[in-house]
Write a protein that binds this ligand. Structure first.
Ligand code: SER
Length: 316
């Protein structure tokens, strides 16, 4: 019987992942964990919710004992842009928080742990197109530093202690339920809200900036697929490249314009441009395809139409 804990459950991915896991494994078997932010009524009323802090291991252990948890989806993290404003906080939450989680998993012999990584593990020296699985990992952000170290730590815990830790290098995630908080790829979500509400958006990266992205339904499906994959088939563990779709900011704006013809997008790059420039444009995810059957379902037109369908009734 799976008894699941989702850290970061109030965040962009955690909020939708928790609901999906509750649907799949039973509401009472999926405990949502938050630190401070108030959860939605939806999250709060559909199953157990607890406050704890991943940098305080005792607070996590208390929840694990209370609910007899055997599986953790560790989604709590500080993203790239906030991480550059508060590098010490990013280090503490992302790395010390992860250490606490894998140590608890080792001590308590938990069944499985999901630890997301990111395209932020790559850096300016990494090949930008069709970025290989095995490549240069020399990021220039604190977020990227914590994600590279996190992958190494997770693989160490697998090889040394047999803790079944699994992880994916998420691209930028586009979603309609919860806004992302403090990432470089946030423009690809904000643009929809502003296009629907105001017919205008000022984008903080250049028009020709191409980054790897993924629509939330693919992100959730990939996460659960990897967690359910047969361990004997996995050659990699915590560092799977993952590809959904790649487009420039200008291509996204043009796709939105097909639905909202009056939409105008302007471009005023800020400090996040340098972060975007240090990341790849497209990703080779053949290891994920071979080892656990990954294949994305959403392309740019389908994702855009679905975002506008979902958001329009709420925003207009
Ligand atoms: N979406 C993240 C960010 O922009 C990348 O993993 O920070």
């Amino acid at each position: 019987m799976k008894r699941i804990l989702v850290t970061g459950s109030v965040g962009q991915i955690g909020s939708e992942l928790t609901m999906e896991l509750r649907g799949k494994y039973g509401n009472e078997n999926v405990v949502a964990l938050g630190r401070k932010t108030k959860p939605s009524e939806h999250l709060l009323n559909s199953g157990p919710f607890e406050y704890a802090n991943v940098t305080d291991p005792d607070s996590i252990v208390a929840v694990i004992e209370k609910y007899d948890i055997d599986t953790i989806y560790h989604m709590a993290a500080i993203l790239s842009a906030v991480g550059e404003q508060k590098p010490q906080l990013a280090y503490n939450v992302n790395l010390n928080g992860l250490y606490n989680i894998v140590e608890i998993a080792r001590e308590r012999e938990l069944t499985r742990v999901m630890v997301p990584s990111s395209i932020a593990v790559f850096g300016p020296e990494t090949p930008q197109n069709n970025t290989p699985q095995e490549t240069v990992l020399r990021p220039t952000t604190m977020y990227g530093v914590t994600k590279v170290a996190g992958e190494l730590l997770a693989d160490y815990y697998f090889n040394r202690f047999g803790v079944d830790v699994r992880g994916l290098r998420y691209p930028g995630i586009i979603s309609s339920e919860t806004l992302p908080g403090g990432g470089t790829t946030d423009y690809a979500v904000e643009i929809f809200y502003e296009a629907i509400k105001n017919r205008r958006y000022t984008c903080f990266v250049r028009e020709d900036t191409v980054l790897p992205m993924m629509y939330m339904p693919d992100c959730i499906r990939a996460t659960i697929m990897l967690m359910e994959a047969d361990l004997s088939k996995l050659k990699h563990h915590s560092d799977f490249n993952l590809s959904g779709l790649s487009f420039s900011a200008g291509e996204l704006a043009a796709e939105i314009k097909k639905h909202i013809p009056e939409f105008v997008c302007e471009y005023e790059p800020d400090s996040r441009q340098a972060i975007a420039d240090s990341w790849p444009s497209t990703i080779d995810d053949s290891a994920a395809r071979e080892e656990w059957g990954w294949s994305p379902e959403y392309d740019l037109p389908r994702m855009t139409a679905d975002m506008i369908d979902k958001l329009s009734p709420r925003l207009t």
